[in-house]
Design a protein around this ligand. Structure first.
Ligand SMILES: [Zn+2]
Length: 214
């Protein structure tokens, strides 16, 4: 076992998720930069609470979790979201955590439903109930390179409620990063289209917040 782990270090040396430096999973310098704060932004009718600015280092940590499924990177994102839930006092009262869904193609490529997985851990650690009630109901284009207006068009009507979904309490949408807010707005629209706003409010918590795009 020992020999195997030394061999695998030769073939697959450990690199920092944040800067790719050889050695440990996250180097001292990146760990120092990855310190959850508390940012609040407002997108149309939605309050969005986030922990960190979306720097190049933060984007690499998100990719390490999202595309490579590295446990240590998952832990950093979970920790950031829980930090914000505490700061925004969203851990008291009657809330449910609703993961922003990813497409079937992404789920197949990654071998898991990324945000759902993270939200499960967040739920286990906070005691806030998970309600995995949203699904992607049509094909959407890759959002990178699109403006806010293009993203809104791209996302319109993309999400729907899973059949048999039951909505209770106030909803906290969970996602890795907010950029223009088009995805979160669509998720809120999908909930409210089923009359959700009549009995609960919707807000969002993301690990990172990017500079707003125009
Ligand atoms: Zn690093």
């Amino acid at each position: 076992m020992h020999i195997f782990s030394e061999l695998s270090q030769l073939v697959f040396p450990t690199r920092c998720y944040g800067c790719n430096a050889l050695g440990i999973e996250i180097c001292t310098q990146c760990r120092r930069e990855w310190i959850p704060h508390y940012y609040k932004t407002h997108i149309t009718s939605l309050n969005v609470h986030s922990a960190l600015a979306y720097t190049p280092m933060a984007s690499k940590i998100i990719l390490a979790s999202k595309e490579n499924g590295l446990q240590g990177a998952d832990d950093l994102l979970v920790e950031a979201v829980i930090h914000v839930l505490n700061k925004a006092r969203l851990d008291q009262g009657y809330f449910t955590l609703i993961p922003v869904p990813s497409s079937k193609q992404s789920q197949r490529r990654r071998g898991r439903s990324f945000i759902v997985d993270l939200t499960k851990t967040i739920s286990q650690n906070t005691g806030i109930r998970l309600n995995d009630c949203l699904q992607v109901s049509r094909r959407v284009s890759d959002q990178s390179g699109l403006t806010r207006v293009q993203r809104i068009t791209n996302m319109r009507g993309a999400f729907s409620l899973k059949s048999g979904a039951i909505l209770r309490g106030d909803a906290i949408l969970i996602d890795d990063v907010v950029t223009t807010g088009a995805t979160l707005e669509e998720a809120a629209r999908a909930l409210n289209s089923q009359g959700f706003h009549a009995f609960g409010s919707v807000c969002a918590v993301t690990a990172c917040v990017a500079q707003p795009l125009r």
